[in-house]
Design a protein around this ligand. Structure first.
Ligand code: FE2
Length: 311
């Protein structure tokens, strides 16, 4: 991750460091792809998966977007046991051509974009709140509790992200962002490291405010997919929200004006790409898109925002 402050950071609206400090970031020189040894997963981790799933499934069913609910149904995730990568990947592959690749932890942009540009989605094999998680991140300031999503975490990666990747248009969007990122890193225009880092941060901000923490206007035809009708004005499509009970309930409570800690702002791609975020807490804002299609076309029509040349 490009976290060192640089000359272009004063263009951002919130200048705060986005990275988890002191944590290993895997690059292309590292052995970042691992094998899941499903039979050796401790019982404790299956229980954590079951507990998280049980707590989230009702609010997610009521408030997540239609694309998500259709994908979740198609993937048939086990409610009470950690997912088996092979089974889930085979299922996802048959639907959309995406596969889940088990990885060691945080990846740098180059590795992340390289994988996602070829429809391989990196998934961590560790779950929040487990002994393995504590052991792996000893000495690192990273939240590790049920209600909040600390990345990297298998529940976030699989329950939050994978259902969306059954949707072809969504998968294309993630792939196009990755291709753009790879082009930036190649730097054939000779922008130099500072501008490349700045453009990558713009892309990271966009990803954060959209596929991680985005909401959209309530669509007219999705209640047929739910047990309980959606009784707020929005649908949730951000994987970071969907995999966190606290964040889902914050969206619902703020949308119903029971709480007022977070704002709902109309999505503006320039504003979103220039707004930094706080990875460690409930979000103070959610950008509201009209529909998934409007998000995709907004990115495809405004690629120059992510090729900023310093003028
Ligand atoms: Fe994520």
């Amino acid at each position: 991750m490009y976290e060192n402050y640089n000359n272009y950071d004063n263009l951002f609206f919130n200048v705060i460091p986005n990275a988890v400090g002191n944590i290993k970031i895997f690059g292309k020189e590292d052995e970042f792809i691992i094998k899941q040894d499903y039979n050796s997963i401790p019982e404790e981790e299956h229980e954590i998966w079951g507990r998280l799933h049980h707590k989230l499934i009702s609010p997610v069913d009521q408030y997540a977007s239609g694309e998500y609910l259709q994908g979740l149904k198609a993937l048939e995730l086990d409610q009470n046991a950690m997912p088996n990568f092979k089974i889930i990947s085979d299922r996802l592959g048959k639907i959309s051509g995406w596969v889940a690749v088990p990885v060691s932890g945080f990846l740098d942009e180059n590795v992340f974009f390289t994988l996602t540009a070829q429809r391989e989605f990196p998934v961590t094999d560790i779950i929040r709140n487990s002994k393995r998680f504590d052991e792996k991140y000893v000495g690192v300031s990273i939240q590790n509790e049920d209600a909040y999503t600390p990345e990297p975490d298998i529940f976030h990666d699989i329950f939050g992200h994978l259902p969306f990747l059954t949707d072809d248009a969504y998968g294309n969007f993630v792939g196009k962002m990755a291709q753009h990122g790879l082009e930036l890193i190649k730097d054939e225009r000779g922008l130099g490291p500072q501008l490349i880092a700045h453009n990558l941060k713009r892309l990271q901000n966009l990803a954060w405010w959209t596929y991680e923490f985005g909401v959209m206007k309530k669509q007219s035809n999705t209640d047929a997919l739910r047990k309980e009708p959606n009784d707020m004005d929005y649908e949730i499509y951000g994987a970071g929200i969907i995999s966190s009970y606290s964040e889902v309930m914050n969206v619902v409570s703020c949308a119903k004006r029971i709480l007022n800690g977070s704002e709902f702002l109309n999505f503006d791609i320039e504003e979103a790409s220039l707004t930094r975020f706080d990875y460690s807490d409930i979000q103070d804002r959610y950008y509201v898109i009209e529909s998934m299609e409007s998000l995709y076309s907004s990115f495809y029509d405004n690629r120059d925002l992510f090729l900023f040349e310093g003028q």
